[in-house]
Structure formats: structure tokens, C-alpha cells
Design a protein around this ligand. Structure first.
Ligand code: MN
Length: 486
């Protein structure tokens, strides 16, 4: 993400004279450079704005630069906020207001009015905050000394969100099937998603992919088989079956690159004419490379997965499905028929071939592994409520399998729900959360809340503080708010 740029823009005015403004600029540059070393993107001091014209000029540059994903604003001194109205009304990228200060402590023995006039962030940040609130802008406020670890963590998280937001606007999904017949929750308004989230979802007949599969050369399969041998244990002697999956992977990747830069893939076990296996290993390995995947036509999960995988730096993130409960232990076992990402593997995944009772195709090759443990993880779902998208985020704890499952030939995860099993499951169901999710042990709930706010979708959080009575009332109020927004 370091190629992505966040510009640091400081607010001031001409009242203070050149000496003070020179200090403001030097301090701002020093602070931006310090922050830059602690966040995943590049933070660069851009300018100190002293007039409406200068704000407009800065915002024009921010909007125009492709790699610029947002701005950090701060007012070292007082900056009369009417000068920000024109520029901020043009701003097309996320904004973080860093309520910070150049000095951590007050120099009690020497402080005088010169010091007060040069260091008045408490004053300036309020004037700036008013105009942002008045203009109903979506921004993030982070408070703290610029070298404070917690404040820097929050800035780093916001940078990941801003980068994810920019990435999301580039997400294109190649969809080789419509939604599974009769299934409701995987449906959604693709035009609305394109407008609001930036997700472009394009349908292709599976025959278009079959042409790519038929054109794959043996050498290309050999090369990918060598990669598999590096990454995975070969737990089958049915090598031809594995080679078939390698062929699918080569074809899918080539298709995605050549046909428009697709970052997400959607298939359906019931729509595989011309393929003799359901893509399993192929989809798993593609997820490890960053492609988002949605099963049974679920394009929302493919796009959400690609975005969250990017934010996570391709670690611990992928499509998941709530499958079956251990009611005694209060656990859920999540998996899918094949396509669980090896980003979730706790040990080296093994390639195995087993029959698949669904879809009527040949035995598919897949990666089998036990999932990682993570005390702080999230499951995220996006559902279409008819008049808006609802992003549902639940905190979960990924736990070790309590018992081996030698006859279960898939990758999987087990987890506990927050705030507890009963209320966690009930809240998810009340909110209309889907069975397909994107699970991540890297992206945080707070980051997804911020991303949902940037997207302008309804955000529902289920965490350690969730209580069902209050949660249901929150859903009711939220519904009323969203009806007035349309
Ligand atoms: Mn499914």
C-alpha cells in the first residue's frame, strides 16, 4: 500500500506573520514525516492553507492524483473555516481530521501569549470541525499526540480504510453464473452497488471460460503444479485430477487479466457445463493470490472479499460460510463445499481428491487444512434491504478445533460469537445477515465500520456490548433513518 499517498494539509491564516507560518510549515512537515513511518501508506505534507483559493488548489491536486487516497487535516493555529467551504465541497476523497499538537506538554515555566498563538490546535480544530459537521461530511476524527502509539494505530487503521475504499472503486467481478435458484440473501441491486460501492459486476457465459480452459498449454499446467508442490503437500496420487484444477486456475487468471482486470470471481456448482470438476483447489489458490471469490453466484461476497483481502495484505481473510453448530460448546464450524482460502490454514494445506455429492461432476481436488486461531476476528456480510445495502459486522473468536475431524475433507474455521453464542447468533439473524461472509483475522471491526460509513451504507455492528433488546430497537430506528435518506 505504500504507493498510495495521503496528503497532510494544515490549516492557518495570514494573521500570524511569516515567522509563525514558517514554524507551522516546518512542524507540519516533521509531523507528516513521523506519521509516514508508522502507517502502511505514504503520508506527505502538502501545504498550509491560508485562504479559500489555497484550499481549492490543494483539493484539486488531491482529487486529480490517481494514487492519492485521502487527506489528513490539522489546524496548528486558528483557521477561519469559511475559507474551507469551497474546497471541502469539492473534495472527492476520504478525510481524517487529526486533532493533535506539535508539543505534547505545556512549557509551564515559559509559556506566554506568543506560544499560545503559535500552538492553538484546541482552538483551530474546533472551528474546522464545525464546518465539517455543518456540511454533513463523512470524516474520521483521531485525537492524540502525533507520536502517541494509540493515535498512530488509529491513523494507520484509517489509512488502510482509505486505501480499501479506493481499491473498492476499482473492483470488477467476473460472474460465471446467476445466483443459485430460489436463494434470496445472495441477491442484490448491482447498479446500486456500482454507484455506491464502485463494484462492477459483469456476467459471462461459462462457455467463455471453457474456451480459455481448452487453450491452456501443458507447460502452463506444469509451472503451476510446481508452485503447488512448493506451497502444499500432495496427498493424492490422482495427479490428473489435480492438473485439471491447475488448468482451471491458469484459465481463470488469464481470463480475469485479459477480459478487463477482474479482481473477483463468481461461479456456481450448478452451472459448470464444459467443466468436469467444480473449481476447488483452483479457487482456493486464486484467493491466496488476492482474488475475491463468491460461491453460488454471490457477487457481493466476491467484491467484499477482494477489498478486505487487499486491506489485510493478503493474510487471514477470505470467503466463509456458517455451516454447523456445536451447541454444547457454543461454537460454529465454518467451511464451504471446497473453496476455503488457504489464507486461513494453520498448517501446510494438503491437496486431496474426494467425491462431491452436489453438482453431479467428477471428484474435485481441494486443499484440506485446519483453520487458524485468532482471539480478534470478524465476520462481515453485505445484504440488500431493498432500499439500501446493509453491512453487518460481527466480532468472532477463531478457536482451535476441539476434536479432530478426520472424515471432513475441507478447509475450515471454528469460532465463538460475540457477545456470546445466544445473543450473537440471534443478533445476526435479526439483522438479516447472510450465510456467506468474509472472515478476517486482520481487518478490524472498527475499520469495517469506517469503510461502511465511507461507502454510505447502513452499518450494523455486533460486538461484546451487543444486547438483544437494545439491538432490535437500534435496527428499528436505523430503518426509519434510512427511509428518510432515500
Ligand atoms: Mn455457499
Amino acid at each position: 500500500m505504500k504507493e498510495k499517498i495521503v496528503y497532510w494539509i494544515t490549516g492557518s491564516q495570514t494573521l500570524y506573520g511569516d515567522d509563525v507560518l514558517a514554524h507551522v510549515a516546518a512542524h507540519s512537515e516533521e509531523m507528516a514525516n513521523y506519521v509516514d513511518k508508522h502507517v502502511p501508506v505514504t503520508v506527505k505534507y502538502l501545504t498550509t492553507c491560508k485562504s479559500s483559493e489555497e484550499v481549492v488548489e490543494a483539493v484539486r491536486k488531491v482529487n486529480a492524483e490517481k494514487d492519492c487516497i485521502g487527506i489528513i487535516t490539522w489546524c496548528h493555529t486558528f483557521s477561519p473555516a469559511k475559507m474551507w467551504i469551497k474546497g471541502l465541497s469539492m473534495l472527492q476523497k476520504p478525510m481524517c481530521h487529526f486533532a493533535t499538537q506539535y508539543n505534547e506538554k505545556l512549557p509551564y515555566d515559559t509559556i506566554d501569549m506568543d506560544f499560545m498563538n503559535e500552538n492553538q490546535a484546541a482552538h483551530g480544530d474546533r472551528e474546522f470541525g464545525y464546518i465539517v459537521a455543518r456540511m454533513r461530511m463523512e470524516n474520521k476524527v483521531v485525537v492524540g499526540y502525533f507520536q502517541d502509539e494509540k493515535a498512530l494505530e488509529e491513523i494507520a487503521a484509517w489509512c488502510r480504510v482509505a486505501a480499501g475504499y479506493a481499491f473498492s472503486k476499482e473492483v470488477k467481478v467476473a460472474r460465471f453464473s446467476d445466483n443459485m435458484r430460489d436463494v434470496a440473501v445472495t441477491e442484490g441491486d448491482k447498479v446500486e452497488a456500482h454507484i455506491g460501492l464502485g463494484w462492477q459486476v459483469d456476467y459471462y457465459p461459462i462457455g467463455d471460460l471453457v474456451e480459455y480452459i481448452q487453450a491452456v498449454k501443458e507447460e502452463e499446467v506444469d509451472a503451476l503444479m510446481a508452485e503447488y508442490a512448493q506451497k502444499y503437500t500432495m496427498g493424492t496420487d490422482r495427479i490428473e485430477v489435480v492438473r485439471e484444477q491447475a488448468k482451471y486456475e491458469v484459465a481463470l487468471e488469464k481470463f480475469c487479466k485479459e477480459r478487463g482486470g477482474y479482481l473477483g470471481i463468481v461461479d456456481h456448482f450448478g452451472s459448470l457445463h464444459g467443466l468436469n470438476q467444480l473449481p476447488g483447489l483452483a479457487i482456493q489458490d486464486l484467493q491466496s493470490k488476492g482474488y475475491g471469490f463468491g460461491a453460488e453466484g454471490d457477487w457481493k461476497i466476491a467484491a467484499l472479499g477482494a477489498t478486505m483481502q487487499y486491506m489485510a495484505g493478503q493474510k487471514g481473510t477470505g470467503m466463509m460460510e456458517d455451516y454447523t453448530y456445536d451447541l454444547e460448546k457454543g461454537l460454529c464450524l465454518g467451511a464451504h463445499m471446497l473453496e476455503v482460502s488457504p489464507q486461513f490454514a494453520a498448517t501446510k494445506p494438503e491437496i486431496q481428491v474426494h467425491p462431491l455429492d452436489i453438482g453431479g461432476k467428477s471428484d474435485p481436488a481441494r486443499l484440506v487444512f485446519e483453520g487458524i486461531e485468532a482471539p480478534k476476528a470478524i465476520a462481515v456480510s453485505m445484504v440488500d434491504m431493498g432500499d439500501r445495502m446493509r453491512l453487518i459486522i460481527q466480532k468472532i473468536k477463531l478457536v482451535k478445533y476441539p476434536h479432530p475431524m478426520p472424515r471432513l475433507p475441507v478447509g475450515g474455521l471454528m469460532w465463538q460469537y460475540e457477545p456470546n453464542f445466544k445473543e450473537g447468533v440471534a443478533a445476526w439473524i435479526y439483522a438479516g445477515g447472510a450465510h456467506h461472509t468474509v472472515v478476517s483475522s486482520v481487518v478490524t471491526a472498527e475499520e469495517m465500520v469506517d469503510l461502511g460509513n465511507l461507502w454510505g451504507v447502513e452499518v450494523v455492528l455486533i460486538d461484546e456490548n451487543t444486547r438483544i433488546g437494545e439491538f432490535k430497537r437500534q435496527l428499528m430506528w436505523s430503518d426509519a433513518v434510512w427511509k428518510t435518506r432515500r
